[in-house]
Design a protein around this ligand. Sequence first.
Ligand SMILES: *Cc1c(COP(=O)(O)O)cnc(C)c1O
Length: 341
Amino acid sequence: MSSNAPAPDPAGRPASTGIDAGIGHTRAPADDETGLGSLHPRLPSPLQEVKDARFARHGVRLLLKRDDLIHPELPGNKWRKLELNLRAAADTGPRPLLTFGGAYSNHLRATAAAGRLLGLPTIGVVRGNELASQPLNPVLRQCAADGMRLHFLTRSAYRHKAEPEVLDALRARFGACYVIPEGGSNALAAQGCATLGRELRAALASADGPLIVGVACGTGGTLAGLAAGLAEGPEPRPRVIGFPVLKGGFLGAEVAALQAAAFGARTGDWELNERFHGGGYARTTPEIDAFAQDFTRRHGLVLDRIYVAKMLYGLTILAEEGTFAPGATVIAVITGPALTA
Ligand SMILES: *Cc1c(COP(=O)(O)O)cnc(C)c1O
């Protein structure tokens, strides 16, 4: 299975805009050669301008922040969210990593890969005990191939997975583990994602006009950190629009809580736009599908359909509606590659 292949670069890769000029692509502190730095992440991730008439017509530039290119096996926000957690697990033991996810979780897959690459045992607690008696799907098969121990919970037990009784039972079974919550979003994950905001600030320091950053949201950990990293700079602060891919309207409180845990308070200029979830997680609409195919034709970039396509669709509709002032720069965070699982 070639699920770890990075998404192809845009065909006729846009010429450098000068925006990412002078930014190196590796940063491996010398004291980290045996840790995460030895994996050679591509950081800062590239920032690329794409010419898109739907934005240009309104005097708006579109840039793609290519976090999908950070690492072939720990791509995008999964790298940023795991980085500080992996250091903490390694520094306190090292302890095995235990985390949670659905059967198609990119986070489970990234955690399993991190465990293999860094030599940490991993345990994946999977929603749905009916899966235990079925052949593994490609995501879970990859997790198992990376050495992850899979443990299936009933859906009702899974709902209570953050409660002490369930965690105690897991600890009794698997020993002292470093527990990472579902989707990888905890305070350290949000702090890791603040680096994304800092990279954007550094790259766009001399840009004029309003800056708008779009990011897709599952648990909201990426948004929480991104907005905090951007807020460290001078006014006016870039505005961040989070595009939830789940229905429900619960996310704003969770992002604020994550920011409080990670940074001490709600911070940054961020909002959620709930218009483009397309019916919910892993659901889609003919409009979103057509948009994603057309985007690939225009720009040569295959979009992750769960997250990235919905965010870019939302930004494009907002641009066409005239939401962004002429002279504005819109940065779309490509939080991960299109995985072919
Ligand atoms: C996991 C994932 C997200 C969701 O990130 P959160 O921090 O949970 O909001 C967004 N995009 C991609 C590509 C992902 O894999």
